[in-house]
Design a protein around this ligand. Structure first.
Ligand SMILES: CC(=O)N[C@H]1[C@@H](OP(=O)(O)OP(=O)(O)OC[C@H]2O[C@@H](n3ccc(=O)[nH]c3=O)[C@H](O)[C@@H]2O)O[C@H](CO)[C@@H](O)[C@@H]1O[C@H](C)C(=O)N[C@@H](C)C(=O)N[C@H](CCC(=O)O)C(=O)O
Ligand SMILES: Nc1ncnc2c1ncn2[C@@H]1O[C@H](COP(=O)(O)OP(=O)(O)OP(=O)(O)O)[C@@H](O)[C@H]1O
Length: 495
């Protein structure tokens, strides 16, 4: 694209701009390749203007920003804009030719359930014969189904990566895609310019308040997805949904808790191997089988079906799709052990409501004892959730082992003390703290036997454990396997 055309696409005057070719756009000076535009963003930690020289060395042709710092000059063409993040997204859309307009795009937002619902939706769309891509916390997939990863670990990456991925999907023939839209993404314009066909709402609870300040602000960011979608798929079991009604031109509702809704699940049965329920829906009444653990997955399945049906999936495709779903890595993932060993489940639940749901659902399918191994992240991230996690863990499990979970620069002992305080203030003593996560897992697994369940909560599929300033390689399922192997001959050995 020519620089003057790009300026015009951003609503800027193209007069006096050199007629240079622009190959791409980035906000990160380390990622510049020759011919790119560099967008200098003033962030919370850095001012992108400080990296213009570095970007120039790597071959950028022009810079976009909200204004050069006083007294500074720029040897390259400098396009001044009122909002650099918005310009980053608009430039990415223009350079990639607005790929979302060539696909059916489903967005998923909410505090919990985004990843699971995204995976389910893409699976149902594929079952309906649509070549479907996916962009989620776990990585991204083209319609070939192979999971790929971005260099930086985000639920929703920055706009240039979002748009480049959508373009790649279109180029390989994708007809639809599912995109997880985090509240950070909506707040920071990472998904600005995406043409949403469907917006799915899972539910809202307190999280990321270090960034958003208040629950209302957090809600307001997530609400943007619903406002921008042609069809909203809304969870009537979530009280926040009342404020989302009527925002999208079309809407469909769902309930897994017996409320009046378009998509309703009833006669829900939970077994150790999965879920069965009946569905009443605009597509018809039918019996569904979903090989997933976790009652909350009924709601995720209803949401996914609401979206997939809108994009053409019929009842038989929905039924077959649910029945053949293989789950999401690190979400209620069963770690196979020997007969007589406890059932070990790895799950990503790291908020009090999601831990509550995970434990409640495991209790329903655990004839024996239920233990949980759980930590809480350090740094500025939601310190107020530590005590509630301790309370929920000791209320709903028979025993809780508190441990490390990305404590970063926060003293681990302080986090554990907060979790213990939450338990103690609720009058409970059914816990202990073991700092080393691997040891905590081994202790739990070796303490239990047949009929018992151990929930390893919080890390899910993450591949690092942030201990102080170190990021250790981590594999929770691998640790669970090692603990099962080390526990050796099955049988209860509770001290
Ligand atoms: C709160 C948040 O999301 N912040 C993101 C935001 O930071 P920021 O605007 O403050 O920017 P900054 O880090 O000050 O940098 C300013 C500019 O200088 C540039 N820079 C900076 C340093 C350098 O060496 N070179 C360089 O070019 C940066 O690329 C940026 O353009 O933009 C940065 C550049 O993309 C992100 O790295 C940063 O993510 C931080 C590290 C982060 O941890 N984000 C997480 C919380 C996040 O986004 N999570 C969500 C939700 C997950 C969930 O739902 O659980 C997600 O979608 O993943
Ligand atoms: N609909 C739901 N309601 C409440 N909890 C849920 C729901 N779906 C999943 N969970 C729980 O939340 C955890 C995270 O699920 P999932 O990864 O699908 O959500 P997410 O929104 O993508 O989370 P994150 O943004 O933190 O990655 C699951 O492991 C499960 O314990």
């Amino acid at each position: 694209m020519r620089l003057p055309d790009l300026a015009a696409a951003l609503g800027l005057s193209a007069a006096e701009l050199p007629d240079l070719g622009v190959r791409g756009v980035t906000h990160n000076a380390d990622w510049v390749t020759a011919g790119d535009l560099f967008v200098a963003i003033r962030g919370a930690r850095f001012d992108g203007h400080a990296f213009i020289a570095q970007a120039q060395e790597r071959g950028v042709v022009a810079v976009i920003g909200e204004g050069l710092p006083a007294g500074e000059t720029c040897a390259l063409p400098y396009l001044k804009v009122p909002d650099a993040r918005a310009a980053l997204a608009d430039a990415a859309c223009a350079l990639h030719g607005h790929p979302s307009r060539e696909l059916r795009v489903v967005g998923v937002t909410g505090t919990d359930g985004k990843t699971t619902t995204s995976w389910l939706t893409r699976h149902l769309l594929r079952a309906a014969g649509l070549k479907t891509g996916l962009l989620s916390t776990v990585g991204y997939e083209l319609p070939d189904g192979e999971l790929r990863h971005f260099p930086a670990h985000f639920t929703t990456p920055e706009a240039p990566q979002v748009q480049a991925t959508l373009r790649e999907m279109v180029n390989v023939g994708a007809q639809a895609t599912v995109l997880e839209a985090s509240s950070h993404a909506l707040a920071l314009d990472r998904v600005r310019g995406v043409a949403w066909d469907v917006g799915i709402w899972t539910h809202l609870s307190s999280e990321h308040l270090d960034f958003h300040g208040t629950l209302e602000n957090y809600f307001a960011e997530k609400r943007k997805l619903i406002q921008r979608s042609a069809l909203a798929v809304l969870n009537v079991d979530d009280p926040w949904t009342a404020q989302l009604r009527g925002l999208a031109p079309l809407e469909t509702t769902y309930s897994a808790e017996g409320q009046h809704a378009d998509w309703r699940a009833y006669e829900i049965g939970e077994g150790p191997e999965g879920l069965r329920f009946r569905v009443s829906s605009p597509a018809g009444e039918f019996e569904a089988k979903l090989p997933m653990i976790g009652r909350f997955n009924v709601a995720n399945a209803l949401a996914a079906m609401g979206a997939a049906h809108h994009l053409g999936a019929g009842v038989e495709q929905l039924r077959a799709g649910l029945a053949s779903f293989r789950g999401v890595p690190g979400r209620m993932e069963l770690v196979p052990g020997e007969a007589g060993q406890p059932r070990v489940i790895v799950d990503f639940a790291h908020t009090p409501p999601s831990l509550e749901k995970a434990l409640a659902t495991l209790r329903a399918t655990t004839p024996g004892r239920l233990w949980v191994v759980i930590g809480s992240a350090g740094g500025p991230r939601d310190p107020h959730k530590r005590a509630p996690l301790g309370e929920v863990a000791t209320r709903l499990a028979d025993y809780a082992v508190f441990t490390e979970e990305d404590h970063r620069d926060t003293p681990l002992a302080d986090i554990l003390a907060e979790m213990e305080r939450g338990a103690r203030e609720a009058g409970r003593a059914n816990f202990r703290s073991i700092e080393d996560r691997a040891q905590a897992i081994r202790h739990a697994v070796s303490s239990l036997g047949a009929d018992d369940t151990v929930l390893l909560a919080g890390k899910g599929p993450e591949d690092t454990l942030e201990r102080g300033t170190e990021a250790l390689a981590w594999n929770e399922v691998g640790e669970a396997r090692a603990a099962l192997a080390a526990a050796g001959a099955p049988g209860p050995r509770l001290a």
